[in-house]
Design a protein around this ligand. Structure first.
Ligand code: FE2
Ligand code: FE2
Length: 342
């Protein structure tokens, strides 16, 4: 059975408060109750209005007022710590619970990951944030293993967000799904690959935001600066000594390729641990299917076709074929000769 395609209108990046005073949380995860002790706000233009004081119960009738009308509610940034702790304390039981659907679980997991990426981008040396990232990765593996359709919910929801968050969460989800479907890694190794996906671009935390968010092509000097992010990422992740070395390796090598034409070192990627290939593929696909400041997102089929042109140069056919299997009905794929065109 074919997996559903990503929906076309998933790139809603306008829901973030430009001042950062209010933090968006997805309405779809509300029923899990993890925000029950927080004040909640709705947004109208640039104004925010409280719809639930701390003491008010988050009843089904209150929630029904938001469903279908507001994709996001907001918390004030002063409640952020409480919000994050609540997420952290409840995420494991929510993912395990038979009482919630895939969409609700994916929503909570995405909100959790977005907060972790935000913390890591602000303080990449934080051991507390790394612990949370490891917890996310473990739950991401449990969630994706729970159903064939779980990862699509996760990448679709994460794609609603700003590129920095959407991309990191998307790469983690694709990497876990691909690593699981290869069937050669243990659960712990897959969790490490998921963590590598979430943190592969952490080196961007030291790059000038003016370059990162530039709405247009980078000039030569800017491009050279940008190309330092894998090396910086490797350095940052090696500071966390308890992590598996594959996590810093993936950050360092995710822009290398099979012909030694990538950066920063021009290493032949097939000489490295094969988890690097999982991250490179997931990274390329997520980058193509997520809106960026300088390019519009592509649908998943167009993205796969563009990637197919780089088989044997950037992507190992064995991993690419498995990645395609995650999206296509095998019969249709045969009819289309999708992989024969490679
Ligand atoms: Fe990168
Ligand atoms: Fe990336």
């Amino acid at each position: 059975m074919a997996l559903p395609q990503l929906s076309k209108n998933f790139n809603d990046v306008d829901h973030r408060d430009p001042k950062g005073e209010y933090i968006p949380i997805s309405v779809e995860g509300l029923s899990t109750g993890f925000v029950k002790d927080l004040e909640l706000y709705v947004r109208a233009g640039n104004a925010f209005f409280m719809v639930k004081p701390k003491s008010m119960e988050l009843s089904p009738s209150l929630m029904s007022r938001f469903w279908g009308k507001f994709p996001y509610l907001y918390i004030h940034h002063t409640s952020r710590e409480t919000y994050f702790r609540s997420l952290e304390n409840s995420v494991t039981s929510i993912i395990k619970s038979p009482n919630y659907g895939l969409r609700e679980k994916a929503s909570v997991l995405t909100d959790y990951a977005v907060e972790i990426v935000d913390q890591m981008m602000r303080d990449p040396s934080s051991h507390v944030a790394i612990k949370s990232a490891e917890n996310f990765s473990k739950e991401c593996v449990n969630f994706i293993a729970s159903s064939q359709h779980a990862f699509i919910h996760l990448v679709e929801l994460s794609s609603h967000d700003h590129y920095t968050y959407a991309h990191s969460v998307g790469v983690a989800a694709y990497a876990v799904a691909l690593a699981q479907s290869m069937g050669t890694w243990s659960k712990q190794q897959i969790a490490d690959i998921g963590l590598a996906g979430l943190l592969h671009d952490i080196g961007k935390s030291v790059i000038d935001p003016g370059i990162l968010n530039k709405a247009g092509p980078l000039n030569e000097v800017e491009w050279q600066t940008m190309k330092a992010h894998p090396t910086e990422g490797g350095k940052i992740l090696r500071l966390h000594k308890h992590l598996s070395p594959i996590i810093s390796l993936c950050a360092e090598a995710h822009h290398e390729d099979l012909k030694g034409m990538g950066y920063p070192k021009g290493i032949i990627a097939s000489s490295l641990d094969s988890s690097v290939q999982v991250i490179s593929l997931s990274d390329a696909f997520s980058a193509l299917t997520t809106n960026r400041s300088y390019s519009k997102s592509k649908d998943s089929m167009t993205a796969l076709k563009l990637m197919r042109e780089n088989i044997n140069k950037k992507f190992d056919p064995k991993f690419f074929e498995r990645f395609v299997f995650m999206f296509l009905d095998p019969k249709k794929k045969e009819e289309d000769g999708f992989l024969k065109g490679a």
